[in-house]
Design a protein around this ligand. Structure first.
Ligand code: FES
Ligand code: FES
Length: 154
């Protein structure tokens, strides 16, 4: 089995996996980072969203062989103490209902705010467009993103 050296949440790991194993399964099954969720497996829900070099990416669609040399950030890597503006904003707006989609939603929002500290409504909509929530928490997600924008720009 080939080995791959990857960086996840600023830590270095070497994993043994098939080259086409999706990053999602490496995170969950090999590294026990289970915050990243499996929803559809076919790029249709966003539950598995992580950051690759600061860009939102679906972990179910990224073979591990293509993740070497990239900085991978998962929901566990936003901050350990809940101090990331997105974490604080999600708490302030009491966003989650069942919670299943929320790690992906938060990572999509964090990726947006990493490259654009003052996104327009249109830019927010576009960045969050592929992240589905069966519980319909969209309104609170929007509210939370605005809380995070306020904190980042104060
Ligand atoms: S599990 Fe990856 S997009 Fe749905
Ligand atoms: S909070 Fe339940 S799917 Fe989004």
């Amino acid at each position: 089995m080939p080995q791959f050296a990857i960086e996840v949440n600023k830590k270095n790991y070497t994993v043994e996996a098939d080259a086409d194993m999706p990053l999602l399964w490496v995170l969950r099954d090999l590294l026990n980072l289970t915050g990243t969720k499996y929803g559809c497996g076919v790029a249709s829900c966003g539950a598995c969203t992580v950051m690759l070099d600061g860009e939102a990416a679906f972990a179910c669609q990224r073979p591990i062989s293509k993740c070497v040399g990239k900085k991978i950030t998962t929901i566990e890597g936003l901050s350990e103490d809940g101090s990331h503006p997105v974490q604080k904003a999600w708490q302030k707006a009491s966003v989650p209902q069942c919670g299943y989609c929320q790690p992906g939603q938060m990572m999509a929002a964090a990726a947006l705010l990493e490259k654009n500290k003052k996104p327009s409504e249109e830019e927010i909509k576009e960045a969050m467009n592929e992240n589905l929530c069966r519980c319909g928490t969209y309104h609170r997600i929007q509210e939370a993103i605005h809380y995070a924008i306020d904190e980042i720009n104060q």
